[in-house]
Design a protein around this ligand. Structure first.
Ligand SMILES: Nc1nc2c(c(=O)[nH]1)N[C@@H](CNc1ccc(C(=O)N[C@@H](CCC(=O)N[C@@H](CCC(=O)N[C@@H](CCC(=O)O)C(=O)O)C(=O)O)C(=O)O)cc1)CN2
Ligand code: MET
Ligand SMILES: [Zn+2]
Length: 772
C-alpha cells in the first residue's frame, strides 16, 4: 500500500509567496529574491511530506501565480498580444504580464481572462486558443522543479494539468473551430515533456483530468480515450496516475476503467459511492491501482479514521494491499496550511480546534491511515485511533453546535418569506419615483481600496494598539473621504467603502453566531490574493445589527443615496468551511434569515438601496447537470428569503462576478433582484448574451472596468462597452459600474478609472438625448 498527496498549498504558511510577489510587482525586490522565496517554500513542503513518510510526493504543484497559466506557458500557448513582451522581457515578466496585464514601459496589454476553478474559490487563468494554434514546449519550470527535488534527494511525482482538461478549460478566441481539434497538435508537446521527465528518472506522473467530474460530449469522451491510449503506447513503463476530483466519474466510469493506466484516483469525499461501483464493475481489470481520496482537501474537519479504515479494508479485501493507495481527496491547495499555528488563537476554542485538520495535519492523516491498515499496531498507533474517535464522537454529540431557537425559525419558514410585496414592474415604478436617478445611473460594487494603512489600523486594533474608539475614528475619516470623492466625480449611488471589513465573508462570520476563525488559515484565491474562510461549526444566527452603523453613518454624510452592503447567504456558505453534519441547504437557510434581519434593519435606518452580494452562487453549482436543480432551488430560495422583507420602494441590488450564466439564467432571473451588477469587461460584454437571449427583465449593470488589473481603462473604451451594451439591453435598465469591488486596487488608478467611468456615462446620456 502507498500514500499519495495530490498537491500541497504553495503560498507558504505565513503567506511568504504573497508578500514576495507583491514586492516584486512593486519593483521592491528583484527576480532572484522572489525565486528564492519560492524555492524555500517548495523545499519546506517537500521536507514536510518526506518527514511524514508520504510515498508519492508531488512536484509542479507549486506555482508563482496559477498552475493552469504555468501549463499554458509550458505548452507555448502565448496569445499574440504578448509577443512584444515575450521578445523583450524575461519569462517571469511575460508570465506576470499574461496573468495581470501590463501597463508600463510603453506596454499596454490586457490580462488573460480569469475564472473559477470548478466549484472552488480558486481562480485560474483561462488559456486562449486560435484556429491555427501552435504549441511549443518550454519545460523550464517542470523540469527545473523536478531537478530541484532530486537535488534534495527526493524523487517526486510531477503533476500535470492533463491534455483534455487543459483544452477544455480554455476558450476559442476565434469562431470556426473547436478547441478539442487541437489535441493532435498538443499531444506531441506533452510527449516531449514526458520524455524529458522520464530521462531524469520520473517513473510516475499525475495526470490531472478533473474535466472527468463534468458532463462531457462525445468528442471530449473520445479525446480522453485517445490521449491515454497514445500515452500508454508511447510510454509503456510510465506509471500513469489518472486523477480527477470534486465529483464522481459518473457516466465516464466504464470508459476510464478501460484505459491503459496504472492508477485511478477517486475523490471519495465528494463521491463515496464510486468505490463500490468500481469494485463491482466487470470492467475493472486485475492490475489497476485505486487511489482512495479519503482525506478531505476541501474542508477542515478531522478525518474519521474508523469509517476511512472500513473503506480501505473493503478495497484491500478485493484488490490486495498492493493495489490500494491512500490519498488526499484532491490537492491540498484548498486547505489552510497548518493548524499548529493557531496555538494562541482566542477565537478558536480548543473544543472546536480539536475537530480540525489543515494541510499539514492532513498529510499525517493520510500516512496514519496507511499505518493503521498495514502495520502491527503499536501503542502509539492505537492511541491515535482512540484520540481520533474521541474527537469525532465529541463533535457529533457536542451541545455546542445546536440551538433549538434557530432550528425552529427555519422550520417555520413559509412561502411568503421569499416573496417581495409586488412584482418587479411595480417596484421599478415606485423606485423611479423615489430615487430619481438619471439614465445610465453610475455606482460601484462596494469596496474601495483597502490600503496598507487601513489594513494596518485593523492589525493594530486587533493587537490592542488602538482602542475601539480610535479605530472607528480612523475608519470614519476614510469613509467620509470616500463619500466626498464619489460626490465630487458625480457617482449616483454611493457606497461607504467597506473599510471596516477584513473580507466580505469573514467579516459577517465574525458578527454571526455559529462561526469560529483562524489566525493563519489562509487559502489562495488567485495570484497573491488569499482568503481566510471562517469555519461554520454550529447553528447560525444574528446577535445584533452588523452593518447598520457604517451604512447609516455614510448616509448621514450625503444627500445622494448610499447603498447598504451585505454578503448574501449562498456566498457566506460557499466561502466558509461548512459543517458536514447537516445539509448545506439547512445551514444556508439559517444564514439567509440572519441576512434578512439585517436587510430590514438597514431599510429601517433609512437606506433605500441595499446590495446583497452573491458572487458565489454560480460557483456553488454542482459539477454535474443532474444535480443542478436541487441546488438552484435552495440557493435562489435562500437569496429570496434574505431580500424579501422590504417595501417595494427599497431597491435590492445583487452582484455577481464570474458571470457565465448561460445555463442558469432563469434562476438568476428568479432571484428577482431589482438590479444586478455583473462582471463582463474582460470578455467584452460577451457574458451579457445570456441576459439578452433570455430577455432578462430587471435592471442590470454590466461591468465596464476590469478591477482585477491595475490597468486604467480609457473613457473611450468604456463608452464603447456601454454602446455595445446599449444595443443589447433596454437603455432604461442599464447601470454603469466596475466589474467588482475596488478593494485590491490603489487609489490613483481607482480615481482615474472611475472618473472615466462617470464621464462615459454622462456622454452616453447626452447621446441618448440627442437621439430622442
Ligand atoms: N472570501 C472571498 N472570496 C472571494 C473574494 C472576496 O473578496 N472574498 N473575491 C473574489 C476574488 N478573490 C479575492 C480574494 C481575496 C482578496 C483579498 O484582497 N485578500 C486580501 C486579504 C484580505 C484580508 O483578509 N485582510 C485582512 C488581513 C490583512 C493582512 O494581511 N494584514 C497583515 C497586517 C497588515 C499590517 O500590519 O499592516 C498581516 O496579517 O500580515 C484585513 O484586512 O484585516 C489579500 O490577499 O491581501 C481579494 C479578492 C472571489 N473570492
Ligand atoms: C467578490 S464580490 C465583491 C463584492 C463586495 N461588495 C466588494 O465590493 O468588494
Ligand atoms: Zn465581485
Amino acid at each position: 500500500m502507498k500514500t499519495s498527496i495530490l498537491g500541497y498549498p504553495r503560498i507558504g504558511s505565513q503567506r511568504e509567496l504573497k508578500r514576495a510577489s507583491e514586492k516584486y510587482w512593486k519593483q521592491e525586490i528583484d527576480a532572484e529574491e522572489l525565486l528564492t522565496t519560492a524555492k524555500t517554500i517548495r523545499r519546506q513542503n517537500w521536507a514536510l511530506q518526506q518527514k511524514a513518510g508520504v510515498d508519492y510526493i508531488p512536484s509542479n504543484d507549486f506555482s508563482l501565480y496559477d498552475q493552469v497559466l504555468d501549463m499554458t506557458l509550458t505548452l507555448g500557448c502565448i496569445p499574440q498580444r504578448y509577443q512584444q513582451v515575450k521578445a523583450e522581457s524575461s519569462r517571469l515578466d511575460l508570465y506576470f504580464a499574461m496573468a495581470r496585464g501590463i501597463q508600463r514601459d510603453g506596454y499596454d496589454v490586457t490580462a488573460m481572462e480569469m475564472t473559477k476553478w470548478f466549484d472552488t474559490n480558486y481562480h485560474y487563468i483561462v488559456p486562449e486558443f486560435v484556429q491555427n494554434q501552435t504549441f511549443a514546449l518550454d519545460a523550464t519550470k517542470i523540469v527545473g522543479e523536478y531537478k530541484e527535488a532530486l537535488q534534495l534527494g527526493l524523487q517526486t511525482k510531477p503533476v500535470l494539468i492533463a491534455p483534455v482538461t487543459f483544452l477544455l478549460l480554455g476558450k476559442e478566441k476565434e469562431a470556426g473551430f473547436n478547441r478539442l481539434d487541437l489535441l493532435d497538435q498538443l499531444l506531441p508537446v506533452y510527449f516531449e515533456l514526458i520524455d524529458q521527465l522520464i530521462d531524469l528518472g520520473a517513473t510516475q506522473i499525475q495526470f490531472d483530468e478533473p474535466c472527468l467530474a463534468l458532463n462531457l460530449d462525445t468528442s471530449a469522451q473520445s479525446a480522453i480515450t485517445q490521449t491515454y491510449t497514445q500515452l500508454a503506447h508511447r510510454f509503456p513503463t510510465l506509471e500513469i496516475a489518472l486523477t480527477s476530483y470534486f465529483d464522481c466519474y459518473g457516466d465516464h466510469l466504464d470508459r476510464v476503467l478501460e484505459l491503459p493506466i496504472h492508477s485511478l484516483h477517486l475523490d471519495l469525499v465528494r463521491c463515496s459511492s464510486q468505490l463500490d461501483d468500481i469494485l463491482g464493475s466487470p470492467k475493472l481489470n486485475d492490475q489497476l491501482i485505486l487511489s482512495l481520496g479519503l482525506v478531505d482537501g476541501r474542508n477542515v474537519w478531522k478525518n474519521d479514521f474508523q469509517s476511512s479504515l472500513e473503506v480501505i479494508q473493503r478495497a484491500v479485501k478485493q484488490l490486495g494491499g498492493e493495489r490500494v493507495w491512500v490519498a488526499s481527496s484532491c490537492s491540498l491547495l484548498h486547505s489552510p496550511c497548518d493548524l499548529d499555528l493557531e496555538e494562541n488563537n482566542a477565537q478558536l476554542p480548543d473544543t472546536v480546534k480539536n475537530w480540525l485538520a489543515f494541510a499539514k495535519q492532513k498529510v499525517s492523516e493520510v500516512v496514519t491511515l496507511k499505518a493503521l491498515t498495514v502495520e502491527v499496531k503499536s501503542e502509539a498507533l492505537v492511541e491515535e485511533l482512540v484520540t481520533n474517535k474521541k474527537a469525532n464522537d465529541d463533535r457529533r454529540t457536542s451541545g455546542f453546535i445546536h440551538d433549538p431557537k434557530v432550528k425552529r425559525r427555519v422550520e417555520r419558514l413559509a412561502p411568503s418569506h421569499s416573496q417581495r410585496i409586488s412584482a418587479f414592474s411595480v417596484r421599478q415604478t415606485t423606485q423611479r419615483e423615489t430615487l430619481k436617478l438619471p439614465l445610465y445611473p453610475t455606482t460601484t460594487i462596494g469596496s474601495f481600496p483597502q490600503t496598507p494603512e487601513v489594513r494596518s489600523w485593523r492589525a493594530k486594533f486587533k493587537k490592542g494598539g488602538l482602542t475601539q474608539g480610535q479605530y472607528d475614528q480612523l475608519l470614519k475619516k476614510e469613509t467620509e473621504a470616500t463619500i466626498r470623492f464619489q460626490e465630487e466625480i458625480g457617482l449616483d449611488v454611493l457606497v461607504h467603502g467597506e473599510f471596516e471589513r477584513n473580507d466580505m465573508v469573514e467579516y459577517f462570520g465574525e458578527k454571526l453566531e455559529g462561526f469560529v476563525f483562524t489566525q493563519f488559515g489562509w487559502v489562495q484565491s488567485y495570484g497573491s490574493r488569499c482568503v481566510k474562510p471562517p469555519i461554520i461549526f454550529g447553528d447560525v444566527y444574528r446577535r445584533q445589527p452588523m452593518t447598520v452603523k457604517w451604512s447609516s453613518y455614510a448616509q448621514s454624510l450625503t444627500d445622494r443615496p448610499v447603498k447598504g452592503m451585505l454578503t448574501g447567504p449562498v456566498t457566506i456558505l460557499q466561502w466558509s468551511f461548512v459543517r458536514n453534519d447537516q445539509p448545506r441547504a439547512t445551514t444556508c437557510q439559517q444564514i439567509a434569515l440572519a441576512i434578512r434581519d439585517e436587510v430590514c434593519d438597514l431599510e429601517a435606518a433609512g437606506l433605500a438601496v441595499i446590495q446583497i452580494d452573491e458572487p458565489a452562487i454560480r460557483e456553488g453549482l454542482p459539477l454535474r447537470r443532474e444535480d443542478w436543480k436541487t441546488y438552484l432551488d435552495w440557493a435562489v430560495e435562500a437569496f429570496r428569503i434574505s431580500a424579501s422583507g422590504v417595501q417595494d420602494g427599497t431597491q435590492i441590488h445583487t452582484h455577481m462576478c464570474y458571470s457565465e450564466f448561460n445555463d442558469i439564467i432563469d434562476s438568476i432571473a428568479d432571484m428577482d433582484a431589482d438590479v444586478i451588477t455583473i462582471e463582463t469587461s474582460r470578455s467584452e460584454m460577451e457574458l451579457l448574451d445570456a441576459f439578452v437571449e433570455f430577455k432578462y427583465p430587471n435592471e442590470i449593470g454590466p461591468g465596464v472596468y476590469d478591477i482585477h488589473s491595475p490597468r486604467v481603462p480609457s473613457q473611450e473604451e468604456i463608452e464603447k462597452l456601454l454602446q455595445r451594451a446599449s444595443k443589447l439591453l433596454p437603455i432604461g435598465n442599464i447601470w454603469v459600474n466596475p466589474d467588482c469591488g475596488l478593494k485590491t486596487r490603489q487609489w490613483p488608478e481607482t480615481k482615474q478609472a472611475l472618473l472615466h467611468l462617470v464621464n462615459a456615462a454622462k456622454k452616453l446620456r447626452k447621446e441618448v438625448v440627442v437621439l430622442a
